[in-house]
Design a binder for this molecule. Sequence first.
Ligand code: ZN
Length: 298
Amino acid sequence: MPAQPPKNCPWCARSLPSVARHAPGGTVCDVCGVTITTPWPSETQLDAAYAGFYRPASGRFSGPGDALLRRSRTRLARRLDALAPPGPVLDVGSGDGTLLDALHAVGRETLGLERHSERPDTRAVDIDEAGGPWAAIVMWHALEHLRAPGAALDTAARELLPRGILAVAVPNASSLQARAFGERWLALDLPRHLTHIPARALRARLAATGLRIERESHWRGGQVLFGWVHGLVASLPGRPDLYDAIRRPQARRRPLSAGKRMRILAIGTLLAPIAAFASVLEVALRRGGSIYIEARRA
Ligand SMILES: [Zn+2]
């Protein structure tokens, strides 16, 4: 059974009307423009949604996927190390710890926060119990998983050292791909994503915390090209699932025969040039499938 829906917007905290406008994934807060997942899942439903396939111990992706992931986290760690003042780094939503390892490799002390803590350098607590201050805080595709993302941003801003850096990536609910694919958009990821945040809501909320935005990228947050290929493939009859096809068998939502998997991968390859064109377009229009922002405390 779903949980009681929130009375106040999880993003901007204003009270929500009893009858709200519907958008893909849920209902819209008319004040900040964030869509709130409806029905609002209970903890039991979320536990079930995170169990098993989402992140098995053997890794998520087949082929070079996990290696690519490691390389991109290494780049992020080096960038943060260059930008942030000396001091420890907090990774909110640290997942399997790939970024923690990369930060450790550049000599940073780290702490990761994760729903289920499985490493000595992670804790299963909310950000307001994580201590601080931090030289940098990373919220890499994390805010959309939290029940109170607006309050978490406030805490992050407060717990930064002077000149500290907050790095945030979220799926962009106002991207061209979100509009194009609607309820089929890969990054809706229901029910794990509890809010669907348009770029302007992220900018406005960060500005309200007093941080200064130093960089905004519509590409660096990832999932731009893949979001398009996935959406185009899922628009075909039978709604083939490319995300499952690139994952290891134990990391799939549904079992997939080898023949069907090859067909889906072939279709994805055929549609890749169209997806590449759409990706370039949405990045150029600053309406990318995900938005990445670096903001600094004064
Ligand atoms: Zn709101």
